[in-house]
Design a binder for this molecule. Sequence first.
Ligand SMILES: CC(C)(COP(=O)(O)OP(=O)(O)OC[C@H]1O[C@@H](n2cnc3c(N)ncnc32)[C@H](O)[C@@H]1OP(=O)(O)O)[C@@H](O)C(=O)NCCC(=O)NCCS
Length: 187
Amino acid sequence: MSQLPTLSATELFSERLLLRQALHDTDREGLIELSTDPEVRAYIGGPRPRSEAEQHFDAVLAANATSRPGNYVIADNATNRVIGTLMLARRSTDSPGHVTEDGEELELGYVLRRSAWGAGFAFEAATVALRAAADELPDQPVLLVTQTANTRSLKLAARLGFRPISTFEEFGAEQTLCTAPLSMFKI
Ligand SMILES: CC(C)(COP(=O)(O)OP(=O)(O)OC[C@H]1O[C@@H](n2cnc3c(N)ncnc32)[C@H](O)[C@@H]1OP(=O)(O)O)[C@@H](O)C(=O)NCCC(=O)NCCS
């Protein structure tokens, strides 16, 4: 894991959402669904077998774990129900797709439950996380890597202000590398 810093907040609130690092027992079904839904996983490695996902989350929840730095559950801020997950972490130098010589740039990722698509939740979650990161960290490029065929994700990237700069092959598919300066999200 990178030693470089990412967003340190344990909780972030927006109009409709709570981003939290803490995992709750009641997150179990939502997190398993995110890992096993074929439509959600279409461009991110395909669905995991349900038994594998259950074992994984049962172990994580039993360990009373919080997510790794920069990893958040996106929940409804009124009901605390899981809507998805968001990651603002460091892109490993082992992966292709970088804009600096040293690599390990901040990278944004997001996954929403299928029932939560089309309501602006991913945009709202990404905006609150990027704004908080821009307040906390010095200006630097943020990456967003998505399969070129993932039009919903590319549309979201463009709406957030990310610019596509190149494509490359990874996991047997063409990926689009997008970037934006972190300072762009400062208000
Ligand atoms: C990628 C993904 C997060 C995009 O979700 P999304 O809901 O389309 O994204 P947004 O939050 O930007 O919402 C935009 C949609 O909400 C609509 N919307 C409704 N209310 C809105 C509001 N208050 N604010 C903004 N948009 C709103 C927009 O019109 C748009 O609708 P459209 O898709 O019909 O054009 C989702 O498809 C997903 O989880 N995919 C699977 C995981 C994945 O592939 N992740 C990418 C890996 S990086």
